[in-house]
Design a protein around this ligand. Structure first.
Ligand code: COA
Length: 250
């Protein structure tokens, strides 16, 4: 199994840390698979009360590994790891907290729409260049972002690919709290500990109510995924992905 995802425990908190700093935490299929497994195992383990997603200093995640996307765009087999992770996020039974510092692109942004509390540092920038890549929004973001941010900011983020800096994300409601880099993880852990101290059954019911009905979200993820897979095979996507890879050589 990949060591680009580290699973740690801190009391009742399961920490899921993206740890591929040399690629700014771009997510490979193996990384998605390990995160899905961690969510399932944590949900099944009564000693786990909360999941916490973390990245590395300066990079929460640069989004899906674009080499993996390019492989599909040029005829390769995509696998089901991303799809399974998106469903795992939407179906997770226990609260999820995220601590975001720096780069938060693609799934590095949309993952937070599934979290119950997100903490971010002032230097964090959220970005989803789906359309610029010839793609469409994923992870249910086309449903969740307009709710969280309002229609216009969601359009600017998801369709125009405009940066959403941390202070604006806080003002818009994507972030629970802005905290300095040095205390980000402690802030996330403190929130997780507060959650873990609540009566678990009442908390579970309250969270379920806040998220219900789940069916429209699951249906949207399915629809987005179907469109996303189609788009990955498009000339627009292929050209944009090749351009990113060429940029590397330049
Ligand atoms: N997939 C694959 N590799 C990626 C990546 C991604 N999504 N994001 C970054 N990397 C790689 C870079 O190619 C580079 O690799 P190299 O050192 O072997 O050349 C390394 O990570 C560092 O990235 P770099 O671009 O040098 O860092 P930066 O701080 O200048 O820029 C980003 C960081 C995230 C702004 C920029 O890399 C970027 O735009 N990445 C693509 C993000 C994206 O479109 N994600 C998909 C969203 S759906």
């Amino acid at each position: 199994m990949t060591d680009h995802i580290l699973i740690e425990r801190r009391d009742a908190v399961q920490i899921i840390r993206m740890n591929r700093p040399q690629k700014k935490n771009a997510l490979t299929r193996a990384m998605y698979a390990k995160m899905s497994a961690a969510l399932a195992e944590g949900d099944a383990d009564p000693s786990v009360r909360v999941h916490v997603f973390l990245g590395v200093p300066g990079a929460f995640s640069a989004g899906n590994d674009l080499a993996d996307f390019l492989a599909v765009a040029t005829g390769g087999e995509g696998g089901s790891e991303v799809w399974e992770f998106l469903l795992a996020l939407a179906k997770a039974q226990k609260p999820m907290v995220s601590g975001v510092d720096g780069i938060a692109v693609g799934i590095g942004t949309t993952l937070n729409l599934h979290c119950d509390l997100t903490f971010a540092t002032p230097r964090t920038v959220f970005r989803t260049p789906f359309v610029d890549l010839g793609l469409v929004p994923e992870a249910g973001s086309s449903l969740l972002a307009p709710r969280a941010l309002g229609q216009q900011r969601a359009f600017a983020l998801l369709a125009l690919g405009e940066d959403l800096p941390a202070d604006e994300a806080k003002a818009a409601g994507l972030i629970h709290e802005l905290v300095e880099e040095g205390v980000l993880e402690e802030a996330a852990f403190a929130a997780a500990a507060r959650i873990a101290a609540k009566p678990p059954e009442a908390l579970r019911i309250a969270r379920d109510l806040l998220r219900s009905p789940r069916e429209p979200l699951l249906a949207r993820i399915e629809e987005e995924t179907r469109l996303f897979r189609e788009r990955l095979k498009s000339d627009e996507a292929r050209a944009a992905l090749v351009a990113f890879m060429e940029r590397k050589k330049g």
